[in-house]
Design a protein around this ligand. Sequence first.
Ligand SMILES: Cc1cc2nc3c(=O)[nH]c(=O)nc-3n(C[C@H](O)[C@H](O)[C@H](O)COP(=O)(O)OP(=O)(O)OC[C@H]3O[C@@H](n4cnc5c(N)ncnc54)[C@H](O)[C@@H]3O)c2cc1C
Length: 259
Amino acid sequence: MKRERMLATIKEQGDTPWDIIVIGGGATGLGTALDAASRGYRTLLLEQSDFSKGTSSRSTKLVHGGVRYLAQGDISLVLEALHERGLMRQNAPHLVKNQSFIIPNYDWWDGPFYTLGMKVYDMMAGKLGLGPSQSLTADEVLRAIPNLKTEGLCGGVIYYDGQFDDSRLAINIAQTCTEHGGVVINYMRVTGLIKNSDGIVSGVEVVDQENGDTYSLQARCVVNATGVFVDEIMHMDDPGAPPLVRPSRVYTSYWIRSF
Ligand SMILES: Cc1cc2nc3c(=O)[nH]c(=O)nc-3n(C[C@H](O)[C@H](O)[C@H](O)COP(=O)(O)OP(=O)(O)OC[C@H]3O[C@@H](n4cnc5c(N)ncnc54)[C@H](O)[C@@H]3O)c2cc1C
């Protein structure tokens, strides 16, 4: 996976259109590129920074079925997520590990409620489960979490989910994509979209962030997989399009003066 070799490939490609150009080298873009390359499409992925520099290296690192989605009653989502969790554990055991969680119970009905809920969660995982959940006594909970509030503690439930290394997974997906003939290049920023005479997107303008070289690359299909930056690319196509993404929390930075 040498950058120079990847750059040489796009120079050789010249004006011949790629089947698919993917913008963004996070989990979504890399997954899309791997899927396309493994189906035999001439695939190019462009990432403006390092692979998984965006949200894909800043997740909570959980590969979970989604206990809270179960509580919300979204059964099909939980089934799919549990299945994918199991496949990830099978396919990438070097990146996915078993992580235990304890739900402490402070009301008597929490015990049967969570024990039953977690047993349903186990059953939904089927053969791909990571371990059976169990109810715990208050003493067992305190042995595992000694600094927990003891007042009113009547027990707990332990269950198992997965934890993974998100950025290493991204790099592994990039490697697998190249093994299937895909071309993935980092530090390549898409600065504009090329359109054909019908106004349909037919390529991208790119700047190599390393040396300022520019490229005009043609494609039959361009995928915008830029995560929270999705609107920036979308507005290159349609400046008037309503935004797709809204921040749920805005951080303000300010100076703290010490006296
Ligand atoms: C706080 C938090 C916790 C989370 N925890 C979990 C978790 O525990 N488990 C889990 O599975 N998921 C979790 N997620 C969700 C998961 O992290 C995201 O769904 C996923 O990383 C999104 O990937 P992405 O590829 O869509 O976006 P990103 O990873 O942000 O990738 C977009 C990429 O596009 C690139 N880009 C942008 N503009 C351009 C341009 N003009 N040219 C070229 N490249 C460009 C960016 O540099 C970036 O690398 C969490 C999310 C958040 C916010």
